[in-house]
Design a protein around this ligand. Structure first.
Ligand code: NAD
Ligand code: TDX
Length: 336
C-alpha cells in the first residue's frame, strides 16, 4: 500500500476536485494537500473553505506554467490531476482552451512528475469511449476502443494517451481512472442536474436537449473520491480503472424526478435544440475496480441522493446565484 503524505491536487477548487480534497482531509488527516487551481469560471476557493490550513494549501496558478510547476512539484509524493476544462457545450462553442488545459496542461504535469519521480493519478471520463446505442446491452470496459465525439472528450482521450506513453516510455508511476457522470454538492450550474434545480428555484423552466432519451450513468461524487483514493494507494501502476455505480438513467427520467421532488408538474420544462453530436448513452462496467480493489458504491439510492443535492442548492444560493445569470446568457446565445 502506497501512503502519500504530500499530495498535489490540480483542479481542487472545481466540483470533483473539491469533493476529493474534502474527502481526503476528512478521512486521511495524515495527508497534506496542495491544491493547484487557476480559478477559471469553474473554480471557486469557497469549495474548499473551512478546511484546516495545516491540511490544505491553495496555490492559484495554471498547470501550463512550467516555472510554477518547477517550484511547487518537488516535495510532493503524488499528483492527482483533476484540472480540466470540463463542459461539452463550452467545447463545442470554443475548443481552444480545452486543448490547452487538457492536453498541453497534462503534458506539463507529466513532465514535472517525470523530472521529480512523483506518483501520478490521472482523472478522466467515460466519454473517451464515445457512446453506446440506447438498446445495446454492452457497457464500457477498460478494453473498449477510444472513440471520442466532442472536442472535450477528444481532449480527454488525448490526455489519457499521453499518460500511457509516459508510463511505457519513461516508466512513470501512473494510473488512470475513467469515471461516469458525477452528481453531488459544489457542481457548477452549467451542468445538467444543478442547472435544472437552480432554474426551478428561480422560477424558470428546465431545458431538455433533443428527445431527452440520452442515458447517463450517474455516480455520487463521494463514491468517485473513494475509488480514486483506492486506486492511488492500492492500484497497479500502468493500469486503467473504470469507475461507475450502475446508475444508468435517461435525462428525461432524471428531470422528472427533480420536478417531482421539487413539487412541480412533470411536464413543466421546455424542449430545446439538441447538442451537436450528442452522445446517446454511457454505461460503465466497473468489475475490475470492484474485484481488484474491493470498491463498491455507498450511494446507491439515486432519489435520496438527488433530494440531498436539491437541499444543498436550496441552502447554498449565495454560492451559485452569482454564476447563474452568466451561465444562462451563454446558453441563450446557443439556443439552449
Ligand atoms: P470543473 O469544471 O468543475 O472543475 C475544473 C477545475 O479545474 C476548476 O477549479 C478550474 O478552475 C480548474 N482549472 C481549469 N483549467 C485549469 C488550468 N489550466 N490550471 C489549473 N486549474 C485549472 O470540473 P469537474 O466536473 O470537477 O471535473 C474534474 C475532472 O473530472 C476533469 O478532469 C473531468 O474531465 C473529470 N470528469 C468529470 C466528470 C463529471 O461528471 N463532471 C466525470 C468524469 C470525469
Ligand atoms: O440543460 C441541459 N439539458 C440537457 O438535456 C444540459 C446542461 C444538459 N443536458 C443533457 C446533455 C447530456 O445528455 O444532459 C446530459 C448531461 O449533460 P452534462 O451535465 O453537460 O454532462 P455530460 O455532457 O454527460 O458530461 C459530464 O459527464 C462526463 C461532465 O460534464 C463531463 O465533464 C464528464 O466527463
Amino acid at each position: 500500500v502506497f501512503e502519500p503524505r504530500n499530495i498535489l491536487v490540480t483542479g481542487g477548487c472545481g466540483f470533483i476536485g473539491a469533493n476529493f480534497v474534502r474527502y481526503v482531509a476528512r478521512n486521511h488527516p495524515h495527508a497534506h494537500i496542495t491544491v493547484l487551481d487557476k480559478l477559471t469560471y469553474a473554480g471557486n476557493p469557497e469549495n474548499i473553505a473551512g478546511l484546516p490550513p495545516s491540511q490544505v494549501d491553495l496555490v492559484v496558478g495554471d498547470i501550463c506554467d512550467v516555472a510554477l510547476l518547477e517550484r511547487i512539484v518537488p516535495g510532493h509524493d503524488a499528483i492527482v490531476h483533476f484540472a480540466a476544462e470540463s463542459h461539452n457545450d463550452n467545447s463545442i462553442a470554443n475548443p481552444e482552451p480545452f486543448i490547452r488545459t487538457n492536453v498541453e496542461g497534462t503534458m506539463r504535469l507529466l513532465e514535472a512528475a517525470r523530472q521529480h519521480d512523483v506518483r501520478f493519478h490521472h482523472i478522466s471520463t467515460d466519454e473517451v469511449y464515445g457512446d453506446l446505442a440506447l438498446d445495446d446491452p454492452a457497457r464500457f470496459t477498460e478494453d473498449t476502443p477510444y472513440c471520442p465525439s466532442s472536442p472535450y472528450s477528444a481532449s480527454k482521450a488525448s490526455s489519457d494517451h499521453l499518460v500511457r506513453a509516459w508510463v511505457r516510455t519513461y516508466g512513470l508511476r501512473a494510473t488512470i481512472s475513467n469515471c461516469s457522470n458525477n452528481y453531488g454538492p459544489y457542481q457548477h450550474v452549467e451542468k445538467f442536474i444543478p442547472r435544472q434545480i437552480t432554474s426551478i428555484m428561480e422560477g424558470a423552466r428546465p431545458k431538455l436537449y433533443g428527445t431527452g432519451e440520452n442515458v447517463r450513468d450517474w455516480i455520487h461524487t463521494e463514491d468517485h473520491s473513494r475509488a480514486v483514493w483506492a486506486i492511488l494507494t492500492r492500484g497497479r501502476i500502468g493500469e486503467t480503472y473504470l469507475i461507475g455505480a450502475d446508475g444508468e438513467m435517461s435525462n428525461i427520467t432524471v428531470l422528472r424526478m427533480i420536478l417531482q421532488l421539487m413539487g412541480q408538474p412533470e411536464d413543466a420544462f421546455d424542449w430545446v435544440r439538441d447538442r451537436p453530436g450528442h452522445d446517446r448513452r454511457y454505461a460503465i462496467d466497473a468489475s475490475k475496480l470492484r474485484a481488484e480493489l474491493g470498491w463498491s458504491p455507498m450511494h446507491t439510492d439515486f432519489a435520496s441522493g438527488l433530494r440531498n443535492v436539491i437541499d444543498w442548492y436550496a441552502e447554498h444560493r449565495d454560492w451559485w446565484a452569482p454564476a447563474k445569470e452568466a451561465t444562462e446568457a451563454r446558453y441563450r446565445a446557443q439556443g439552449q
